[in-house]
Design a protein around this ligand. Structure first.
Ligand code: GLN
Length: 477
């Protein structure tokens, strides 16, 4: 059981003197040491966290009126989010030893509100993976069963929260990388609308998909993350200048929602039968409570994974071209001329999965195949966006599983890339459409006690409504 499960509990404990921020940070540092074998962290910033905690305690004593909204909030950073003066490697050897000269906008905004960064978490290299088995630092283990994966690519992030080593984890979500590990770990995972939160300082994977989001124990902390981090940013032209949402999470027990579920998602041959039963049971409970749950026709499910992997690999092949052994991080020691620097640094610096994706991306963009793959996938993306927007015109949200199964055993899907990619079938649509999505736990698998989550997708830029709905109906369990 975590010591504290919400920032409001922490802030009350700090204000009333039940604990100090320093003691809280010491607790998290002890937890990090005690759970080291899970491999969730690749670096811990212990001294800095202690110092920041002492500053908070001093402020609590001398100047409590000046405390920021996130005072006492201890946060882990996925290893692809830049923090000035700190190493960041995206789980990749090619960025070995690279120190970021600037901070991402999210980190700046959170620190300005009093958050404490405790360390950087392990992830699949450049965010490419669904199980955290593609990291240069080795895999992340699941706290409830170390023989199982944590989910990915923000595996270390999810485990850092579940193992009570911090209150909140920041991650990135290109096709489910926050929501799927959060689901596997029984936590809340949130991906904002594309453009809601600045991507400045996030190491790019698929730039038209990537979003920074968070993993927490509850929706209140998700709302805080959003309110602090959202908003226009001069460093990211895709960050919207719409007003920052205020999220009202007052419970409204009489509020009834219209929720759609897509045909062929829950009733899909690829889904684990227990996950299916738990999901159906939850839907029935919601119906009993007076919500409307309706199946809507949806014939695009078989196209979302191909479209996602064509478009993201195309974008990745371009984004990752900057890692050439010249400008950042690792340079192959045996290289003798410019050609061999590029070739050897990239050959040695990327994992096989990343190389495969760069090749695939370059292939689908090549002149002979561009129309057959890249253009086609863009067309699927447009069709999907239109279809989902039409559904969300009629319903408050779309409900769907987080993943077809629970956290699997190490190696189970490694030999079969298609099986691995298919595990993203429920999460990629939100990124293809740019809409916000949130996941939360609804049960456990009867065979292995692994957590099972549910997912809700909402209207573009309407995170406030989505989180309020999720908060209200998450109490149905
Ligand atoms: N598993 C997906 C992929 O490998 C999603 C990753 C992500 O969201 N970063 O691309």
């Amino acid at each position: 059981m975590p010591k504290f499960k919400s920032l409001s509990d922490i802030q009350t404990a700090l204000r009333t003197g039940v604990t100090t921020c320093r003691a809280l940070v010491e607790h998290y540092l002890e937890q990090i040491a005690a759970t080291q074998t899970l491999n969730a962290y690749v670096e811990v910033w212990a001294d800095e966290a202690r110092q920041r905690a002492d500053d908070t305690d001093r402020q609590l004593r001398d100047n409590p009126g000046q405390l920021g909204r996130l005072f006492g909030c201890v946060v882990s950073l996925k290893d692809n989010i830049c923090y000035e003066g700190h190493t960041v490697t995206a789980g990749a050897k090619v960025l070995e030893g690279f120190r970021s000269p600037y901070s991402s906008t999210v980190v700046e905004r959170m620190i300005a509100e009093g958050a404490i960064m405790i360390g950087r978490t392990n992830c699949d290299q450049f965010g490419m993976g669904s199980s955290n088995e593609n990291s240069a630092y080795g895999p992340v283990r699941h706290p409830l069963d170390p023989e199982r994966v944590s989910g990915g690519s923000s595996g270390g992030a999810a485990v850092s929260v579940l193992a009570d080593t911090c209150l909140m984890a920041l991650g990135s979500d290109t096709g489910g990388s926050i929501r799927q590990p959060a689901g596997f770990c029984g936590l809340w995972g949130f991906k904002p609308s594309y453009g809601r939160v600045s991507r400045h300082g996030l190491i790019a994977y698929g730039s038209s998909f990537d979003q920074i989001g968070c993993i927490t124990h509850n929706p209140d902390d998700v709302a805080l993350f959003l309110e602090v981090c959202a908003g226009a940013d001069q460093f990211d032209s895709t960050a919207t200048d719409r007003p920052v949402p205020t999220v009202d999470l007052t419970l409204q027990p009489t509020q009834q929602y219209r929720i759609a579920y897509l045909a062929n998602t829950i009733d899909n041959p690829g889904i684990d039968p227990v996950v299916k039963t738990v999901t159906q049971h939850y839907l029935a409970q919601l119906q009993e409570q007076g919500h409307t749950l309706e199946e809507v026709a949806f014939d695009l499910i078989d196209y979302v994974i191909p479209a996602y992997y064509v478009l993201t690999t195309a974008e990745a092949s371009s984004n990752l071209s900057r890692f050439d052994g010249m400008r950042y991080g690792y340079r192959a020691p045996q290289a003798t001329d410019i050609e061999s620097v590029y070739l050897q640094s990239r050959s040695e610096g990327f994992t096989p999965e990343v190389k495969k994706r760069i090749l695939l991306g370059a292939f689908v963009l090549s002149s002979g195949y561009y129309d057959a793959y890249y253009t086609k996938a863009q067309q699927v993306r447009r069709m999907l966006r239109d279809r989902i927007a039409a559904i969300l015109g009629e319903y408050d949200a779309i409900i769907l599983p987080v993943a077809p199964g629970v956290a699997w055993r190490f190696g189970e899907k490694s030999a079969d890339p298609t099986a691995m990619y298919l595990s993203d079938i429920y999460t990629v649509s939100a990124n293809l459409c740019g809409i916000p999505a949130v996941t939360y736990p609804i049960g456990q698998h009867s065979d292995n006690n692994m957590p099972i989550g549910i997912q809700l997708m909402g209207r573009m830029y309407d995170e406030a409504a989505l989180l309020s709905l999720a908060n209200n109906i998450s109490h149905a369990i």
